[in-house]
Ligand binder design. Sequence first.
Ligand SMILES: C[S@@+](CC[C@H](N)C(=O)[O-])C[C@H]1O[C@@H](n2cnc3c(N)ncnc32)[C@H](O)[C@@H]1O
Length: 349
Amino acid sequence: MAAGGAEHEARRILEIAEGFMKSQVLFTGLKLGIFDLLDASADPMTAVSISEGIGADTDATKRLLDACTGLGFLRKLNADNETEDGKYQLTEASRMFLTTSSPTNLADWVGHLANLYGSPWADLPMAIREGPAFSTHRGLERGKTFKDIYSTTKGFMGAMEGLPTVFGAKTASAFNLTEFQNICDIGGCTGPLAYHLAAAYPKASISVFDLPEVVKVAVARGPDDEQGQRVSFLPGDFFHDPLPPADLYVVCRILHDWTEDKVLTILTKIHDSLPPGGGLLVVEHMLGDDKTGPEVAHKYDLLMMLCTGGRQRSGREFQRLLSSVGFQEVTIRRTTYPFGHVLARKQRV
Ligand SMILES: C[S@@+](CC[C@H](N)C(=O)[O-])C[C@H]1O[C@@H](n2cnc3c(N)ncnc32)[C@H](O)[C@@H]1O
């Protein structure tokens, strides 16, 4: 290997190894409430006033703020002035994505990832050694994913909303779905993707089907605008209850929670519930067929191994699963960060 190439590779390896330090800077900024504090302030703030605001040591806070600035989460004014303290303010992106008052907040999702950082991520070597036994080891009951890992707290629901809120418009336009009149988002949580579908398809009727405890929260916090009012929330369990009638079902980040037998149960139920020619849109962090990427799908594949006993799948695997329960015309759109999309149809008459 040429000297420059070797140095580049060494640096690439070290940057990956040190990546957790960057994550911790972000997690700590969020956990200590720095982004929300700056969001609430009319003016840029000094390290002294920020440290007072979050009840922390001033010098340590200053070093964290500078690290946040270096990573592009904050902007520092007067950075070169030796006589006056620098002042910190949010960047436009941080205000948009890292503050909990923003409608496009990813803060709850990042906070959720922060909670996974110790356990279960630290248990990855054990999970690899044990395989499926790891889920039992962690006390996860097979088929009880919701009970084991979900919660209806504001933070958890907010975390689930993050990615579909920010990227849902891409999902709504991944295929032209105008022919479908009745779209049901199965396991659609509090409806962030459904609101994008309502905006993109003004003539369609849009529903979300989720567990009763989730629907209760969704109805309480749903937006009051025109899009919000077009989405109805229907309670039920996709393993035990009939699905609401629809000519297009959507499953976004549902199949990755489950092992193949459960996935086949869900897909069969959807297929049986569709009219001839009806569609199914699968939205997942989809792996390439050779499984060498994309990186986002590998990360969530391992996360599913750790948290649910499920997995991310490739387009070819979706093709096989969908065909095996009778779907036809399977069209795959590979991952454009963060999701890939598959549209399949029940046989037309
Ligand atoms: C990973 S979240 C995905 C939420 C949403 N589709 C998204 O992509 O943000 C899984 C969703 O499935 C719902 N869910 C889990 N088990 C369910 C069941 N048996 N019946 C109906 N919904 C269920 C959960 O409440 C949760 O909203």
